[in-house]
Design a protein around this ligand. Sequence first.
Ligand code: HGY
Ligand code: MN
Ligand code: MN
Length: 421
Amino acid sequence: VPMSTSKLDEWVDELSRIGGDGRAVNRFAWTPHQIQACDWLVRQLQELGLEAEVDSAGNVVGRWQSGEGKAVLIGSHLDTVPDGGRFDGALGVLSALETVRRLKEDGFEPGRPLWLAAFNDEEGTRFGTSMFGSEAFVGTDLSHLEDRVDRDGTTLSEAMKSCGFDFDTIPRACRIEHIGCYLELHIEQGPRMQDRNLDLAVVSGIVGLRGYRVTLEGQTNHAGTTPMRQRRDALVGASQVVLALRQAALTAADVTANVGRIQVEPGGTNVVPGKAVLHLDVRASAGPQFRQITSKLEDIVHEAARAEGLTADIAVIYAHEPTAMDEGLSSVLREEMERSALAWEDLASGAGHDAQVLAKHVPSAMLFVPSRDGISHAPAEYTTPEQREPGVKILTEVVRRLCSSDIPRARRSDPNGGEAV
Ligand code: HGY
Ligand code: MN
Ligand code: MN
């Protein structure tokens, strides 16, 4: 397909303006920008002749009802992290949209339904509810999230109501029974493809990740009159957690740890902090390391609390297991990449994705396109038009094959060392 006829680049620019200020994109679930992006996508899908709507969990679902059997589902997410880039999630959704456009333009008649999803709140930016939309789509019980609050004290159910959604109707979004397999195109969000001059990558597996809210409480006191050795300083305890956690990740193989935010109270310059709340994220791609870093995290927090005379509370706010991709589907991706004579390799994903939710229910696979200098979750996130095109080309050819034949089923190896499922 000559790139001149591709709509992808135009759509990237158009979508970037929804919640974007020309520098960064801020498009969070249950906000007018997210609703505007969903409505924009529904319009594009309808213009291509698909049935499309926003479901009760805020997902956009487009359906090309053709042929028979379970649907091939393609897509990603439209929401972003704070001050995010223009490609994380969005490029996967728009590449899926361009795939549908090309197949329609070719006069292709799918032998099975082809669905497109833009999952809501993959990032969990406001409420820590990561993979919210894809979890609802596969039927996960989300009732424990109802009273989650954001930084302003707004509850999730109030935020949903403000956009015309009802927390109690989330279960209606479950439509996994109609799906035969899932394919997601995503930017790599790391430097390996650029370092190795790769055009494409097949994702071998997705990292396990856990998000925590750690609350340390000591004693608020006077900064000048409280003897140094009599302080119970929550920020000192938090600082020990930050550095010990980094050390633990540095000395373990293939583990990451990140403290993204610390709130300190009461926040006076001349007041010993009595309370510190840390939001942190730990990851590992294999089961044993994942279990090790999550238990090490607890030891680190309790050790810091003991040393500073603090109380500690550790709350898990999100948790997704390390997840292998489906071998059968991944082989189809590899065959098409091999046929394209482009440079490709298998790569593990250090980022979490909706595919790790879908993979627990249907054969799922992912392909990557490069990120300039590996930057992501930042305004500098970029993938050139020339780097976007191979991804759409492969996605289109693989979808064409999957919609014309049986969906390959293969036994998936379980990275947790358990039995293949
Ligand atoms: O955090 C992640 O890896 C994903 O972007 N939600
Ligand atoms: Mn992301
Ligand atoms: Mn993403």
